[in-house]
Design a binder for this molecule. Structure first.
Ligand code: DGJ
Length: 570
């Protein structure tokens, strides 16, 4: 109903007049809020779990292209979509803004009951300046670029160009003002990504004249003060780098951070952070949605900064970003690597809640989502290329595209279906700190978690007759819902419990139910026992190492949900 009022206004009076009508704010603006053990994204006044996906870079440049995408996202059980808004698309002619695309994207999302995260492709996208308007590209004298070692200038705007900062800020502010005007009543947009994977490729720092002057000048006293004040909680590698140069709080960048390329990376991080803090702050003054960055993480074959974007918010320099860009709420990682858990651990910090803006959308992606949300209280998960269902099979769309009728049955949509059933409980338990997640694969086939008075042992599901036959991934979310009681959602895992408090040492299964949540209400299905649980026939043998009784089994066609009540015996 609200939608028709807004579109009716547009139809009757046109966009210009709409801008003049103060929007009625139905709900508080989406924001981040510390709740108990974690920081959560609050949408419409309530904690929100973003079951998201990101469209290909230019998908959102065409409303026609997006038309069939929207209903597919709904069928895949997404509640949120990440779409690009490029500077070039809204200001193709200097000073003349066109928000037709933004309005169309909001309308498409609303019609399908989805929320939107806009990705601001401003000065930089994957390090380079490919989404800036042609009038910026064609004016290198006015809009200074980075110079690399060879002396060549590259198609990357320099952080040292005041005109770059001013022009990007002006466009971004216009965009955020427009969002306030057209979205305050509905709050369809819930977060903003500031640029995309920033940093310099091809060199470790900007060697333009302004860049060189800054690099040979003193480290900002503001940064030095931050490092000193937060010394106890700095990322260990940064602490080591700073310590190796003697923990100096004044001097040039190489005096304070040593002669290596780490100093270049720290220097660039500071300058990107300062630039983007100003853009972000100006945007928040118009409409203060939460803002995050995304990081192109270091790849194993990289040989130092510049092979990966130098200055982007890598773990080494995440504290530099916190110091330089306090208005950016989250520095998020884009993780396509198989060691997802390790990367997530590096980015999830006390002052940095977790959001995954880009990752895989296949079976491994389903596992990643469970782990990030369960173990690291992620506010959301978002595989890349969601407009192309081929990405839900593997990360290579050429490997084939699932038939439209199969969409709901692919691993990620199935995982999202279960996560959305559990979302209210997950959010409650994230705040209470009574939730965990497991992500198992051939390198990490087993894991122990302390939760709710028991040690929960999680293993990849094993075939009783052929124990060597193991699935590629196993994953689960564990909620301690009451004394001796757990809700577990999982796929391809087996789970046993061991008491962690004084008393009888073996945990047995009092009751196990399969079931589901319908509108937040638990609806039990089968009562599980026999072949449908994990029977520990060799308890005595196992007792020496594990002391666990019977346990839960989760098959390959899930994830599914089980509720278990335990009892203890000797
Ligand atoms: C990471 C970038 O951030 C995305 O925009 C996209 O280019 C993907 N890589 C492609 O794999």
């Amino acid at each position: 109903m609200k939608l028709s009022i807004v579109s009716g206004r547009v139809a009757l009076f046109g966009v210009a007049l709409l801008a003049a009508i103060p929007a009625r704010s139905a709900q508080p603006i989406p924001h981040l809020e510390k709740r108990g053990a974690t920081t959560q994204l609050i949408v419409d006044g309530k904690p929100y779990l973003a079951l998201a996906g990101e469209t290909a870079n230019t998908a959102s440049s065409s409303l026609e292209y997006m038309e069939p995408v929207w209903p597919r996202l709904v069928r895949m059980n997404l509640n949120t979509v990440l779409v690009a808004v490029a500077w070039d698309w809204i200001e193709p002619v200097e000073g003349r803004y066109d928000f037709t695309l933004v309005d169309g994207l909001l309308a498409g999302a609303r019609k399908n009951n989805l929320r939107v995260v806009f990705l601001w492709f401003g000065s930089w996208k994957n390090g380079i300046s490919s989404f800036v308007p042609a009038w910026v590209k064609a004016g290198p004298d006015r809009f200074p670029r980075v110079r690399v070692k060879s002396g060549k200038s590259i198609e990357v705007l320099s952080t040292f160009g005041a005109a770059n900062l001013e022009a990007d800020t002006r466009a971004y502010v216009a965009f955020m003002r427009h969002l306030r005007e057209v979205d305050s009543a509905q709050r369809t947009a819930i977060m903003i990504q500031m640029q995309n994977e920033v940093g310099i490729l091809g060199d470790s720092r900007d060697r333009s004249a302004a860049g060189e002057a800054a690099f040979t000048g003193p480290v900002s006293p503001e940064l030095a003060a931050y490092l000193q004040k937060n010394r106890d909680r700095l990322y260990p590698e940064l602490l080591k780098t700073w310590g190796s140069a003697g923990f100096r709080t004044a001097g040039t960048w190489t005096e304070v951070f040593g002669p290596g390329r780490a100093a270049d990376e720290i220097f660039m991080a500071w300058n990107y952070a300062r630039y983007l803090d100003q853009v972000t702050q100006a945007g928040k003054a118009e409409y203060p949605l939460p803002v995050f960055t995304n990081t192109w993480i270091v790849q194993p074959e990289d040989n130092g900064p510049g092979d990966y974007p130098s200055g982007g918010p890598e773990p080494l320099v995440i504290d530099i970003w916190k110091a330089g860009a306090p208005s950016i709420d989250i520095n998020a990682p884009d993780v396509y690597r198989p060691n997802f858990a390790e990367w997530v651990e590096r980015f999830h910090r006390d002052n940095n809640p977790l959001f995954i803006p880009e990752s895989r959308g296949d079976a491994g992606g389903a596992a990643n989502a469970f782990f990030a949300i369960g173990q690291h209280a992620a506010i959301g998960y978002s595989p890349f290329g969601i407009d192309n269902p081929g990405h839900l099979l593997v990360m290579r769309p050429e490997a084939g595209t699932p038939a439209p009728t199969e969409l709901e049955n692919l691993p990620l949509p199935r995982a999202y279906a279960v996560l959305s059933q559990l979302a209210p409980l997950i959010l409650e338990h994230q705040a209470a700190g009574t939730i965990a997640g497991a992500l198992l694969n051939s390198e990490h086939p087993t894991r122990e978690i302390s939760l709710g008075g028991y040690v929960v042992s999680v293993d990849l599901r094993r075939n009783r007759r052929d124990p060597a036959q193991v699935p590629a991934f196993g994953y689960g979310i564990f909620l301690a819902v009451g004394p001796d009681e757990y809700l577990v959602a999982g796929n391809d895992i087996q789970v046993t419990f061991r008491p962690a408090t004084p008393g009888p040492s073996i945990a047995g299964l009092a009751e196990v139910w399969a079931g589901r949540f319908v509108e937040g209400r638990w609806v039990p299905g089968r009562k599980l026992s026999g072949d449908d649980i994990l029977l520990n026939y060799k308890l005595d043998e196992a007792a020496a190492v594990n002391q666990s009784g019977s346990g839960l089994r989760f098959g390959p066609d899930g994830p599914t949900i089980q509720r278990v009540k335990l009892y203890r015996y000797q």
